[in-house]
Design a protein around this ligand. Structure first.
Ligand SMILES: Cc1ncc(COP(=O)(O)O)c(C=O)c1O
Length: 416
């Protein structure tokens, strides 16, 4: 069983909610740093290992800066993510630019920053050459198609819009070499929120075998192989967390048996994990304001799916605890809902919860767990909803606002 924890007591959380309006996201800096160190020490078996943190997961410079201090790079997928990485101090090949359907302005910004550009399509070799020029270093995103089963969130690789086919990958490296590119990398991303270590090891083996074939057929030796993101987190209390040591050891075995005999032992290993880095160390805090009993019982909170869309979008489970009532017995089954005019605006469906007090001032604070990645980042403004603010709990216990909540003026500021 995975114990779901929260770093503040009920009293500390109530005091925070007096200073900062609910709902808000709260991130635990100490826990994120400790997790980053566990990742780096497990993967130290690969010299030069680097995780390019997926900026899309938690696009806040306060988080990005602390991850940079822990030795992480950044993985960007858009112009504004490149700008965020830049303002957070990242530069050069610390940045991996993995985008698709890419506009030329984004390639130009990636070139300006000296990022490693990860091409998503064969036609982009010429597009990049014409619009931004070919850099000395380029990476190719491989889509294994029928050679690899995808998983629930990311889908079947055959149906995925991303990457080069196997043949295109081989032809692509040959063409890049012909065009004078000097340094190369190979990338794939075939899973999302995958808890099965063996799945990730097999992805590694697939890429290692391909790297060997690329070398044999084109003479190109990838400088590093990027295994992408997609490592899962235990959203449900009964889920088992991925053991980083076991994962790194499995990948090392595959590397030693495939890459070393082929003379590719100097190839680096990179990843671009997002969820596994910050997911478990961020929470959405929201106050229970209404209770409604019709055919079912509802707890209405002041947050909505505009703050956290994962349950509505993927049917994703997020554990919910009630501050100060963590050990109280369930009082019934509730749908925990927001105020959006969409019936899928539910954080939980038929969830056993203790008796919940409601009220705008005196209502209980509900803690929605594992919201630290792909949470606030996927927020939106439908129904005129204003996206909430973000707080960072510093290691010394100070609570710092790292993004304020939106105001009506923010929402209207783009109107002409
Ligand atoms: C190209 C790419 N890399 C990395 C990630 C990060 O994935 P995760 O947060 O699941 O590790 C994503 C997520 O969508 C992605 O699209």
């Amino acid at each position: 069983m995975t114990g779901k924890t929260f770093p503040l007591s009920k009293e500390e959380l109530e005091a925070a909610a007096e200073r900062f309006p609910t709902p808000f996201y709260l991130y635990d800096e100490r826990a994120i740093r400790e997790n980053a160190r566990r990742i780096n020490s497990s993967f130290a078996v690969f010299p030069g290992y680097i995780n390019h943190f997926a900026v899309k997961a938690t696009p806040n410079p306060a988080i990005l800066r602390l991850l940079r201090e822990e030795g992480f790079g950044a993985d960007c997928s858009s112009l504004t993510e490149l700008l965020l990485a830049e303002m957070s101090g990242f530069g050069g090949e610390e940045i991996m630019f993995t985008s698709n359907d890419t506009p030329s302005a984004e390639y130009r910004k990636a070139r300006e920053l000296g990022a490693v550009i990860n091409l998503d399509d064969f036609t982009h070799i010429e597009f990049l050459e014409k619009t931004a020029g070919l850099p000395e270093m380029l990476s190719i995103r491989y889509n294994p198609g029928p050679l690899k089963l995808g998983n629930a969130i990311i889908g079947n690789p055959v149906e995925a819009k991303y990457g080069f086919t196997r043949e295109q990958t081989l032809e692509g490296f040959a063409l890049l070499k012909k065009k004078g590119v000097k340094r190369f990398a190979l990338h794939t991303m075939v899973a999302s929120n995958e808890l099965n270590t063996a799945y990730h090891v097999e992805t590694g083996r697939l890429l290692f075998n391909l790297a060997v074939e690329i070398r044999q057929k084109t003479g190109v030796s990838p400088e590093f192989v990027n295994l992408g993101g997609g490592v899962g987190i235990p959203y449900r209390p009964e889920d088992k967390a991925v053991d980083y040591g076991e994962l790194a050891a499995g990948l090392k075995d595959a590397f030693d048996s495939v890459m070393v005999p082929a003379g590719l032992e100097k190839t680096g290993i990179h990843t671009e994990w997002g969820r596994a880095v910050t997911g478990p160390y961020g929470w959405l805090v929201t106050r229970a304001i209404h209770r409604k009993d019709i055919y079912r019982s509802y707890i209405g909170v002041d947050g909505s799916m505009a703050d956290l869309i994962r349950p509505a979008m993927y049917g994703a489970y997020h554990h919910i605890t009630v501050a100060g009532k963590e050990d109280a017995p369930p009082a019934g089954l509730y749908d925990v809902v927001g105020s959006l005019c969409e019936n899928c605006d539910k954080f939980a469906i038929q969830r056993p919860l203790p008796a919940v007090e409601t009220g705008e001032i005196s209502g209980d604070l509900l803690i929605i767990h594992d919201a630290g990645a792909h949470g606030r980042a996927m927020g939106f403004n439908y129904n005129g909803k204003l996206r909430c603010g973000e707080l960072l709990l510093r290691p010394d216990g100070a609570l710092v606002q790292i993004r304020r909540g939106e105001t009506p003026e923010d929402l209207f500021s783009t109107l002409c």
